[in-house]
Design a protein. Structure first.
Length: 244
């Protein structure tokens, strides 16, 4: 009688049939553990019979798992990156920066258009820096004049703007009298009081515009609003002035 190999003895000692498992269930003896042993034993038997096929299946499954994991990671990181971008509000593009419409419904003034007006020494526009005089003196957009509405009693702590009158209003009227367009800007594009100041000053409904960027974006983040093709062409320092 041929002697059984060690592997065969091991397989027979650990193998179970479905019928024996049913009996174990009736007896209440570690039914689920024996089911696990049964499945493992069957898989092992199949692998021993066809090792090459299972090695190929394992390698293919391994590479598929890596590819799927890489795709999932790329999607997750891309979603995280998108979630860190600017707030999702209605935007209108120029350059690389996305600028929202004003509360009055008109688009904010394109900073690239202003840059070209400055380059051409155009005198038909008036650019007003509405920040404090101290902020204006520390640095401002070239050609801008200072009418410091911010920091006065006209701009309340909650960002609301009272009816503008007195010396500042008179200065505005004199400077804006013969200009086709008036452009206001504040510290950042998110300075909401600038829009409210524009509403109070815009008696002709359309002459006073709010610049699409503030001082911070103009001076320090030009790559947000200047076309990528012009990043190395335009030197923003040529469009900045500091009071000496």
């Amino acid at each position: 009688m041929p002697k059984k190999s060690q592997d065969q003895e091991t397989l027979s000692s650990t193998s179970f049939t479905k019928e024996s498992l049913v009996d174990l269930k009736k007896e209440g003896k570690n039914y689920f553990l024996h089911w696990f042993d049964y499945l493992v034993t069957n898989i092992r038997n199949k692998v021993i019979k066809r090792p090459i096929e299972y090695v190929v299946v394992f390698i293919v499954s391994f590479f598929i798992t890596i590819c799927v994991s890489a795709i999932i990671l790329l999607l997750v990181f891309n979603k995280i990156e998108m979630s860190l971008s600017l707030p999702a509000i209605p935007f209108y593009n120029f350059g690389q920066l996305q600028i929202s419409r004003t509360n009055r419904g008109d688009a904010r003034f394109d900073p690239m258009v202003l840059l070209k007006l400055i380059q051409k020494n155009n005198t038909e526009y008036l650019l007003i820096d509405v920040r404090t005089a101290r902020e204006y003196e520390s640095g401002h957009i070239k050609t801008a004049v200072s009418i410091p509405f911010y920091g006065t009693d006209f701009v309340l702590d909650n960002g609301e703007v009272k009816n503008i009158s007195g010396e500042l209003k008179e200065k505005f009227n004199v400077l804006a009298k013969n200009k086709k367009i008036v452009i206001l800007y504040g510290q950042t594009s998110y300075s909401s009081y600038v829009e409210k100041v524009a509403q109070h000053l815009d008696a002709s409904r359309g002459k006073v515009k709010v610049l699409g960027v503030g001082w911070n974006e103009w001076a320090h983040f030009k790559n947000l609003w200047i076309s990528e093709a012009d990043w190395n062409v335009i030197n923003i320092q040529d469009f900045i002035q500091v009071k000496e």
